[in-house]
Design a protein. Sequence first.
Length: 294
Amino acid sequence: MSTPTRATLPRQPFWSRRMRRTLLKVLTYLALVTGSLLFLFPLYWQVSTSLKTAQDTVRFPPVWFPVPLQWGNYPELLHRFPFALYMRNSVFISALVILGTLLSSSLAAYGFARLRMPGRDIIFMVLLSTLMLPGAVLLIPQFVMFQSLHWVNTYNPLIVPAFFGNPFSIFLMRQFFMGVPHDLEDAARIDGAGYLRTYGQIVLPLARPALLAVAIYTFLSTWNDFLGPLIYLSDEQKYTVAVALRYLQGSVRTRPENHLLMAAATLSIIPCVLVFFFAQRQFIQGTVISGVKG
């Protein structure tokens, strides 16, 4: 057989498949890095402003990197404003809300996932329909109810409702409980365990990823809640971080002290960043296993 000559060999395309794939990957990473820088720029500006002097915060052209770094802005903030007290208030409220949400939502979710009763699915659909109600619609009825209970200017309106379940948390945990094998509950029932014992000793230990996901969702929403504490709390000593930031914004409005405001904002986001950083894997695992996408 005669070998094909150079003239009869197929011509290689200028852009081979491997080159196109490499170029696409480079463009994808370039777009991701550009988007990340755009999203991180406000955070950088906040942190850098918190380390500037009062004069550098209003200087034009702006100071992109302060030299030297004014680390003393943070002690000055804590000395002039009781910001540590505001953070303790937010931690106290968030901890109790997380506890109440995990107890009530997990118990209700287990009932919707495992107990057989007439109208169970209808009740669950009514529960999910409450997610479509805006919070502003319930604002006035809830305020009237809490005012009649003499709970205004206390932490009760912010904490007690968490012990009666949260529709989204119930839905999230119900999806997880429906994926737990029935064989484990059947074995526990053969050993004489009832529903509550099975729930506490068999199901809950397996639901740690879902519980952690619910805890993170609850912490973020409670920590960043502004409307609730603003309406129900009138005592300055009971302010949370979100309300305190608005209070500080009004306090420094007439004076060039934006560096203290940015220092307070930086301190306020540190707990959220730490919680998500250390629990990121469990958070994603619990959300994916529960079947929630988006």
